[in-house]
Design a protein. Structure first.
Length: 192
């Protein structure tokens, strides 16, 4: 196997191709990285009809004064996403809490399918976390935002992208061992 094929295998593992389908709810995993790119892609998904309601989850991280969720919410409403379709969960400090606290917040809404939106390098882990922490979700699709200066198939050429991909690759096996996430199967772009 060539080094190119090995690199492709790594990115396809952490950021698998998943077909998108329209859902009632989308869950955005909070971030402080690439907020303009996140806002642009979320706005595009909304305009294309991929979700009707948006849940943004993310607490105050680092030395920030505002939660990741409120930062993204502001970026989205300034781009014309209606505020009344957005639900903010601003306490989560990690991916597991993004899922469990969101689940608690929307337990009366009967969520059965979900579009996950987050960093491209974390796509597989987002899906695995939802499968473990919110098993009632039947159908999952996931969109990864690439806010890095290189395309996904050249991830190793950017230091930050490369660092995040390798970090994810290591996290997945560790989190599986600890029972934080569940293994998944993706066939033809569909999460089984």
């Amino acid at each position: 196997m060539s080094s190119y094929e090995k690199r492709q295998q790594v990115i396809e593992y952490v950021a698998p191709h998943v077909l998108l389908f329209p859902t009632k709810f989308a869950l955005v995993f909070g971030t402080r990285h690439g907020v303009p790119q996140f806002a642009e892609e979320i706005q595009s998904l909304y305009r294309q009809g991929y979700f009707a309601s948006l849940i943004i989850s993310g607490g105050i991280t680092g030395h920030g004064e505002d939660s990741e969720a409120s930062i993204l919410c502001q970026a989205l409403t300034s781009r014309g996403i209606p505020e009344h379709i957005i639900l903010v969960e601003d306490k989560a400090m990690n991916t597991g809490q993004n899922v469990t606290l969101t689940r608690e917040k929307v337990e009366d809404f009967g969520v059965k399918d979900l579009l996950l939106i987050g960093k491209i390098s974390s796509k597989r882990r987002y899906i695995m976390t939802v499968r473990k922490q919110w098993p009632e979700i039947g159908k999952i699709c996931c969109h990864g935002v690439n806010y890095f200066p290189v395309p996904a198939d050249q991830w190793w050429m950017d230091l930050e992208f490369r660092t995040r991909v390798f970090s994810e690759y290591r996290k997945i096996s560790s989190y599986l061992e600890k029972g934080f996430i569940s293994d998944i199967v993706i066939r033809n772009g569909i999460v089984m």
